[in-house]
Write a protein that binds this ligand. Structure first.
Ligand code: SAM
Length: 303
């Protein structure tokens, strides 16, 4: 029997290292067999992530095939309202405390969604471990995406020691806390009080002392902040280019803006960015969203 599941293709010589990393994250679907494809291996995943595609895997004989779900810390998120499946997931994965069903889409200014607990503890709060950091998240209270962990590491590699960074839509602080390891100062703002409350908790847990959380509408940051920044992160993909003029105003000359946006064509925002005085250094797909639409990140240098 084959099962359609997300998988990630890696060179066979990196296979064991990747398998261990996925296991630690709880992202490896151990009920399915790894596929060998020439000098590559395709490792089965419990959900989508950057670089993942859909493959047909053989089930491991004797191991129960679990219903599809995505892991965020100790919580499994199911797309189906399947209480029996939820119990199976909970008993098969000792690292989990809760299984939830995502009742609606991500919505509203705070970019949150509703969940129904199907099995385990009645909570939407959990702790996510990511590259040595621990983030407390509350899936119903504030936005968090584990799928952006690679993106956070990509940005960290670009940060020059001592830079000033502004995260305009910081959520519970995963970008801000990651980049604080190299930055001199990070200002992390969000409109959602619950996100700021969790960010404060995360700053304490990770002993980070150079992040300044601000509860504010990004539209007002120019009035509130007396500084300009070397690097600005704009992760509110549905907003399009609405906040770009504010980001350009807050950016140092020759500073960098990482602008995330939902697009349906390559180069969709290039003309607007040029108009505002920016040069697009690169534009890449971060993940697909729907047929014909994807989340792109534009790395922009401001004149
Ligand atoms: N960067 C965070 C992350 O990766 O986990 C969160 C990104 S989430 C897609 C967007 C965040 O922007 C949400 O936490 C939401 O509350 C916040 N937000 C939405 N509109 C805003 C605004 N006008 N000003 C400030 N924050 C806003």
């Amino acid at each position: 029997m084959t099962v359609g599941q997300w998988g990630i293709r890696v060179p066979a010589r990196q296979g064991e290292e990747m398998r261990q990393a996925l296991l630690r994250e709880g992202a490896l679907d151990a009920s399915l067999r790894v596929i060998r494809d020439g000098v590559f291996l395709i490792l089965p995943l419990t959900g989508p992530r950057e670089g993942a595609e859909h493959y047909e895997f053989e089930a491991h004989p004797g191991r129960e095939v679990l219903p599809r779900h995505e892991l965020v810390g100790g919580i499994a998120i199911m797309q189906d309202n399947d209480p029996d499946g939820a119990e199976k997931i909970l008993t098969s994965r000792p690292s989990l405390h809760t299984v939830v069903f995502a009742e609606g889409e991500v919505h509203g200014e705070y970019r949150t969604r509703e969940f129904r607990v199907l099995a385990g503890e009645q909570t939407t709060r959990t702790v996510v471990t990511e590259h040595g950091h621990k983030f407390t998240v509350d899936l119903a209270g504030a936005y968090f995406s584990a799928r952006l962990s690679t993106e956070r590491q990509r940005l960290l590699e670009q940060v020059v020691d001592g830079e000033t960074v502004l995260d305009m839509f910081a959520g519970v602080g995963p970008f801000a806390i990651t980049l604080a390891a190299r930055a001199g100062m990070v200002v992390a703002s969000d409109l959602n009080p619950k996100a700021i409350e969790l960010m404060l908790e995360n700053l304490g847990t990770n002993r980070v002392k150079n992040v300044l959380p601000i509860l504010a509408d990004a539209r007002r940051l120019g009035e509130i902040l007396p500084w300009k920044f070397d690097r600005i992160i704009m992760n509110l993909p549905l907003a399009g280019t609405e906040f770009l003029p504010e980001a350009v105003r807050l950016c140092m000359p020759k500073g960098t803006i990482h602008f995330y946006s939902l697009v349906s064509a390559k180069g969709e925002h290039t003309a607007r960015i040029r108009e505002l005085g920016g040069t697009v250094l690169s534009e890449r797909e971060v993940r697909s969203y729907s047929p014909g639409q994807w989340h792109a990140v534009y790395d922009i240098v401001v004149k």
